[in-house]
Design a protein around this ligand. Structure first.
Ligand code: BGC
Length: 776
């Protein structure tokens, strides 16, 4: 049911001055139920965020419901069963309405947009009595509203809470009427209302400080982990009106004070005015901060146990687990997971701390494969695709941010997320719904690309290989932008062909395959020389060409060699930005140079994945040089310490060190690829992955020249195994020679021995495994 009855009206407060508009607004209705209740369901939607209360208690502990959408086009509906909360006789339903992403303008300074300048909500409580009769308590003109304790609420700036102004028992039937005034009934917004698609934001973990230090009048707490959420503080013996100021930061400066310059205009400050007395506590509910450190001013003496960091994100199911013998790689994996948690807050965002926090589509598409290993993200991305469609321009271009704050569209590697996200969700979860929901939008997008191309070559667009090591400005990487655009045009077109096939559209599939061939031919003609050089001669140029299957077969080895030269020229360091980085290790593996893949992954000097880890990172950093030993903090105008884009290496870690990957022809892990690659000096690796076909488990170790592999293929699945052995006779499966019937033809460039196995627990032993340096 994705609408409300005619009885339910949209309500707003009558606040008009700035101070009142900055407050959260409390709404309520007292009502009488004539008999015992069999079932009661509360449904609501809002432009803004809502916290419902019933008879003196919160209805749920979720944050920021009903969530973030492009309010000009759509809002979500939340549904909660509340049967136990009601009683025969007098009851009171309340709603706290706060800004969230509505109300005040949202977005970076100079680009902020008020999608829904006036916050609104609609609510309906559907009651079924024991005798089967029904009644509806719906939002309408008989409701009243007033201000309460929350005097300011802003996602970027923080919350201001005056406990002296809290409304006592505000949803109890007995609470006073004083101060409550008539609501404004507004016209229902002409937008789509849909049931919320994914789990809401919840507190998923609580952390204690690892240290608490005092400098002058300020306390600094360190939670030991860069995280996203809110902090709870417990207070004793306070004075009425005592002002406590809580400020948050990801990093400290050398002098031990908060580094807040990278937050730009975001104040990230909560202010609490005490009610006064022996004990009270405060945790904001309508803001969130990206922080590892908190500064507390105005309260003494503070103890570490008074503080708790509450981690917030959409409460998705954790599906992937990975572990290996290298502690630095385990910490990298932890940074990747924390980066995902911090940026999965109602939209997949670029960063969670500064005045930005937007659903940047380029970041989304580079990270999605990794994300789908860590958590069950299918519905989260389905919900985000609503915002992509809502922001799609009439010519078919997908937006660069969704919900679309900036009105920037169709940039290579960014807009392409509109195709890549449905494709990847289908690959990981086997779900066709996301393809069907977005099919015509995706067709429009490819038509847009086709229309703007000249001889199948895309024009230069905005970002290029964003933040590449040599970029003199973030968008000025040395990889030609028309090459990037054309490579993505080809790749997304091929994905369209596969999706058309999967959803029973054979003519569209062959249309897209033909188009792919034309783009590929144009790409080769324009960008690849007869010596296998790719224009730009950058790591990213080669990675795109090789990774997206755009190099003519006879030039494959030459192009691969040129890629290796580009890496060797930098003394085995990467030079890639957002678009090149995710391709590095997968392409190096594809061309048979896993040795170089491991060499890059294990590189500890700048620029590399492990450089930040060696320097104390607990999340992924936005830039390779977000902080360096020589230069300190990187360019302050854009320097997040919680940006998941470079965490895209996680995909390769799962596929090759954990050894579990989806098979492109059998989406949803009905058939998986188990292809662990021992290397990098590691003695063991492995992990597990919960999929829609069951749980895969993989565990390998090496001892001397021997390789041991234990793995489980779940009941609803089978798996292709690609193993680091040259000859079958070196290998034993469950202690016996490998039976003929499971041996498979292989196209793999690494590891000739391939098998197809059905569900079960297996043990493999290889006498002399192939070193990662071997090229076969
Ligand atoms: C964001 C990036 C994003 C980029 C594109 C930045 O401000 O943080 O991650 O993709 O803008 O312009």
């Amino acid at each position: 049911m994705s609408s409300f009855s005619d009885q339910a009206e949209w309500l707003s407060s009558t606040a008009s001055d700035v101070a009142a508009l900055q407050c959260a607004h409390y709404f309520r209705i007292k009502f009488r139920l004539k008999a015992p209740v069999a079932k009661a369901v509360l449904r609501y939607s809002a432009l803004g965020v809502v916290e419902p209360w019933l008879n003196g208690m919160r209805v749920h502990d979720d944050f920021f419901t009903p969530g973030w959408s492009d309010y000009r086009k759509r809002a979500y509906i939340c549904t909660y069963e509340v049967t136990e909360r009601l009683q025969e006789g007098e009851n009171c339903l309340g709603v706290v309405l706060a800004d969230g992403w509505a109300g005040a303008a949202f977005g970076p300074k100079g680009h902020a947009v008020a999608f829904a300048p006036q916050t609104l909500f609609v609510a309906e409580l559907a009651v079924t009595y024991l005798d089967g009769s029904t009644e509806s308590i719906a939002s309408g003109k008989d409701w009243t509203w007033r201000k309460g304790a929350i005097r300011k609420n802003s996602l970027y700036n923080g919350e201001s809470y005056d406990a002296r102004k809290a409304i006592k028992d505000w949803t109890s039937e007995a609470s006073a009427e004083r101060g409550w005034v008539a609501v404004e009934v507004v016209d229902a917004p002409e937008i789509e209302l849909n049931d919320k698609k994914c789990e809401p934001v919840r507190i998923t973990e609580r952390l204690d400080p690892v240290s608490l230090k005092r400098t002058k009048s300020k306390w600094i707490a360190d939670f030991g982990q860069n995280l996203v959420g809110v902090m709870r503080i417990q207070l004793r013996n306070t004075k009425p009106g005592q002002k406590i100021v809580l400020k948050f930061a990801e990093m400290l400066k050398a002098d031990g004070t908060l580094y807040v310059e990278n937050l730009r205009a975001a104040e990230a400050t909560d202010v609490y005015y005490c009610i006064g007395g022996e004990r009270e506590s405060y945790m904001p509910r309508f803001t969130f901060h990206g922080f590892r450190y908190a500064q507390i001013v105005g309260y003494d003496p503070l103890e570490a146990e008074d503080l708790t960091a509450c981690v917030l994100h959409n409460d998705l199911k954790k599906t992937g687990h990975f572990d290996c013998s290298d502690p630095l790689l385990n910490q990298l994996q932890s940074c990747i997971v924390w980066g995902q948690r911090g940026n999965f807050l109602e939209a997949p965002t670029d960063c969670p701390q500064r005045d930005e926090r937007l659903g940047w589509s380029g970041d989304v598409q580079v990270f999605i494969n990794t994300a789908c290993f860590n958590y069950d993200c299918a519905d989260f991305y389905r919900q985000w695709m609503d915002a992509m469609r809502d922001g799609q321009r009439v010519d078919g271009a997908f937006p660069d941010t969704a919900p679309d704050i900036l009105n920037w569209h169709g940039n290579a590697g960014w807009g392409d997320a509109g195709v890549i996200v449905p494709y990847t969700v289908w690959q990981h979860y086997g779900r066709l719904d996301i393809i069907e929901e977005n099919w015509s939008a995706m067709e429009d997008y490819i038509a847009f690309l086709a229309n703007q191309s000249l001889g199948y070559i895309q024009p230069d667009t905005r970002y290029g290989d964003w933040l590449a090591v040599d970029a003199t400005r973030p968008e000025w990487s040395p990889t030609p932008k028309d090459l990037i655009g054309t490579a993505y045009f080809a790749m997304t077109t091929k994905q369209m062909a596969a999706m058309a096939e999967a959803t029973g559209k054979p003519e569209r599939a062959s249309y897209y395959l033909d188009l792919f061939d034309l783009i590929k031919a144009a790409f080769q003609y324009r960008f690849i020389t007869k010596t296998g050089h790719v224009l730009g001669d950058t790591q990213t140029s080669y990675l795109l060409a090789l990774g997206f299957d755009l190099v003519p077969e006879p030039l494959f080895e030459a192009a691969a060699g040129n890629l290796i030269d580009c890496i060797e020229d930098r003394d085995w360091h990467l030079s890639t930005g957002f678009l090149g980085t995710p391709l590095l290790n997968p392409v190096l593996t594809k061309v048979g140079r896993c040795d170089v893949a491991y060499r890059l992954l294990k590189q500890e000097t700048y620029p590399s994945w492990l450089y930040p880890i060696k320097n104390g990172a607990t999340t992924m950093w936005e830039r390779w040089n977000s902080w360096t030993q020589e230069g300190g903090f990187g360019p302050v105008e854009m320097n997040s310490f919680n940006h998941y884009a470079y965490g895209a290496i996680g995909e390769w870690i799962y596929q090759r060190i954990c050894g579990i990957a989806p098979h492109p022809d059998y989406p949803g892990y009905k058939r998986a690829v188990l292809a662990p690659l021992p290397g990098g000096g590691m003695s063991h690796g492995g992990g597990s992955l919960d999929t829609n076909a069951g749980t895969f488990v993989s565990k390998w170790k090496v001892e001397g020249s021997r390789f041991y592999f234990d793995f489980t293929i779940p009941n609803a699945a089978e798996a292709v195994l690609r193993l680091p052995a040259l000859e079958w006779k070196q290998m034993r499966l469950n202690g016996k020679p490998v039976p003929e019937e499971v041996k498979n033809e292989t196209t793999s460039r690494f590891g000739k021995c391939e098998m197809l196995l059905t569900a079960g627990d297996y043990h493999i032993e290889i006498e002399t495994y192939l070193l990662e340096t071997a090229q076969v």
